[in-house]
Design a protein around this ligand. Structure first.
Ligand code: FAD
Length: 608
């Protein structure tokens, strides 16, 4: 009988590309494939079409069917909407790759930069149902047969990156690894916006672009963006990966999709009694590795010698010099052993990128979030649209598994923004729309997003249940348009900016005038005590609030009261916690402007 393997060399290379398990191999087989088919991968406009035409292989065709279905969505206007746009994407994490795919479907030229050469993160990501659907539709199962089989709802970070890298390359995204982005270079002479790279002589340094999407992860914030710190109570996360040998015994051990202390006091008490380990929660996923993520209590980490010395400052507390690595390994191993009832026979650590036992401790006490998701810079008459996606937009709390879910939503929102940009929508409108959507992101859950996964697209209306694309208006995003001061449009911007917010401020002042201990002067400090908000409510609806019962020093109570009334009576959800509003460091001007704009429109005499 004839051999089942492909006889055509390009078919064999395609198989190797599909199966490749390292970033290096993916790139190598892709280059080989392009050579064999005589297609220039930099010919982004017709790359995918030529690939389809020349690779007449049944296995590839099954993938083309999937990708064609996605590409035929009306949002992409047959891949023509962004043909004039050139996009630089920073970071080949899952979110950078996901947004790059969307931008190439829109027809843009996309260059993606990644400083690492390898994809080495074993840690496992929880996937919301929509992300599973989305990845399946991109052909995830063809690249990774085990993808979310049965009821599995997770994937290792590296596998996810590999899948998305393959799709991105097939769609004509130019991916450069081993190159670090070091900043933007402003237009000069005939040149447009470019990037400063390391190595400096890298060919991508010559790329000129009008869209820059940063998906640099963690705390990477490009110039012009500010991060807000959301400081919660001390939360110490531990991740650990053990080798999965896929034995029958291992297969039988059940996953723990998230046990929190409040739901299972008995389990955590027994864990403490038997091992001295005190946790808030624990998750166990069986994936390429046996992966555990848990939140540990400081006291037990000190007692078990994992943390050497107590410090109030979380950074000092978890500084490498203050952590006993051996004790940390034992702690994670004992927690894993206990929580799986000792049924994982031989708990041996998998290796991390540095060839060490893959266990790590992270500080989740202080989470970061960008104040805004977009920005337009203009120099020498050349505009650059900048957007953030993924962890550098909103840092996720890993045990809750929101990283990919919210990361992909932001990637789609960013693609929608670029689509408007490509369609010639005025820049302030593009920014206002993007910021309106950004307000929704942190509140999204699998429950309050649409369940019609098949209808999901980059159009936000297909994903968010209640979406108002103009909840933020153009005058509120003037500060996100950064134009050089000598430019004629700068003066205009200044005038508009002052006009927009000042009108709202005047409205607030007018309707809070005369109330005791209320003096509205700005969008931050003046609202701290909650009395100004209560006064606004009282002005329009005196029946809802008894001002004489309020105490200026009881800020959190006053804020809570105002938030509840506004939500119940006007349907305006709170945009921050009563505590945050009581603390001036946590009040974000833009958020407050949005909130007050909603209140202004909400009262019957709203625009008086
Ligand atoms: P990332 O995945 O962080 O990707 C950012 C990419 O940008 C990286 O590849 C980085 O090398 C690259 N980059 C950064 N700066 C530059 C530059 N200047 N030039 C070029 N490239 C640059 N989430 C969980 O839910 N559970 C976990 O256990 C978990 N473990 C994690 C472990 C680590 C070490 C890290 C970094 C993240 C972890 N996360 C975890 C978070 C999760 O990986 C992210 O939520 C998810 O990958 C989406 O992130 P992203 O694509 O925005 O950024």
């Amino acid at each position: 009988m004839a051999s089942q393997g492909p006889v055509n060399p390009s078919h064999a290379t395609f198989d190797l590309f599909v199966q490749a398990q390292t970033c290096k191999d993916v790139k190598h087989h892709f280059t080989q494939l392009c050579r064999q088919l005589e297609i220039d991968p930099e010919d982004f406009g017709s790359f995918y079409a030529k690939l389809k035409e020349r690779l007449n292989y049944w296995k590839a065709k099954a993938l083309w069917t999937k990708l064609d279905k996605r590409a035929s969505h009306e949002d992409y206007q047959q891949g023509k909407v962004c043909t004039k746009n050139k996009c630089l994407v920073l970071g080949a994490g899952p979110c950078g790759l996901r947004v790059a795919i969307e931008l190439s479907l829109l027809g843009a030229q996309v260059v993606l930069l990644e400083k690492r050469e390898t994809f080495s993160r074993n840690n496992v990501l929880h996937l919301w149902p929509y992300t599973i659907y989305d990845l399946r539709e991109l052909g995830a199962k063809k690249f990774y047969g085990k993808f979310c089989s049965g009821s599995l709802d997770h994937i290792s970070i590296r596998q996810l990156q590999l899948i998305l890298l393959k799709v991105a390359l097939l769609l004509g995204v130019e991916v450069h690894t081993g190159v670090e982005f070091q900043g933007l270079i402003e237009p000069s002479g005939e040149n447009g916006w470019m990037a400063k790279l390391q190595p400096r002589s890298h060919p991508a340094a010559a790329f000129q672009f009008d869209v820059f999407i940063s998906a640099g992860g963690g705390r990477f914030v490009p110039d012009g963006f500010k991060h807000k710190e959301l400081r919660g109570k001390l939360a110490i996360g531990i991740t650990a990966n053990f080798i999965n040998r896929h034995t029958a015994a291992e297969t039988q051990v059940e996953e723990i999709s998230g046990v929190a202390r409040i739901y299972n006091q008995k389990f955590f008490q027994e864990l403490l009694n038997e091992t001295g380990i005190d946790l808030e929660n624990i998750v166990y996923y069986k994936d390429d590795t046996h992966y555990f993520v848990m939140t540990a209590k400081k006291k037990s980490l000190l007692k078990k010698g994992v943390i050497k010395q107590d410090h109030n400052d979380a950074e000092q507390l978890l500084a490498p010099a203050n952590v006993d690595y051996e004790a940390l390994c034992n702690y994670a191993c004992d927690a894993a052993d206990f929580s799986t009832g000792g049924r994982l026979p031989d708990l041996q650590f998998a290796q991390n990128h540095a060839g060490q036992r893959d266990v790590a401790m992270f500080d989740f006490t202080c989470m970061h979030r960008a104040e805004n998701a977009s920005l337009v810079k203009e120099r020498r008459g050349k505009k650059l649209l900048i957007g953030l996606v993924g962890d550098c937009l909103v840092e996720p709390f890993w045990p809750l598994g929101t990283g990919i879910a919210r990361g992909f939503l932001a990637a789609f929102d960013a693609a929608w923004m670029v689509r408007s940009w490509g369609n010639g929508v005025p820049h302030l409108k593009v920014l206002a729309e993007r910021e309106s959507l950004y307000q929704l992101l942190s509140q999204t859950t699998p429950e309050n997003t649409s369940k019609k996964y098949a209808a999901y697209s980059i159009d936000p209306r297909t994903r968010y249940q209640r979406v108002n694309l103009s909840s933020i208006q153009t005058h509120q995003v003037q500060h996100l348009y950064d134009v050089e001061k000598t430019h004629p449009s700068f003066k205009k911007q200044k005038e508009n900016s002052a006009g927009g917010s000042e009108e709202l401020l005047k409205w607030c002042q007018k309707h809070t005038a005369g109330y005791k201990n209320v003096n509205v002067k700005d969008f931050t400090r003046s609202w701290r005590s909650g009395l100004a908000l209560c006064a606004l409510i009282h002005h329009f609806r005196p029946d809802l609030i008894d001002m004489s019962s309020l105490d200026e020093s009881n800020c959190v109570h006053n804020n809570q009261l105002a938030f509840s009334i506004l939500e119940k009576e006007l349907g305006i959800p709170p945009v921050m916690s009563p505590n945050s509003l009581a603390n001036t460091d946590h009040i974000d001007k833009l958020t407050m402007v949005l909130y007050l704009t909603q209140i202004q429109s909400g009262f019957p005499t709203g625009f008086q």
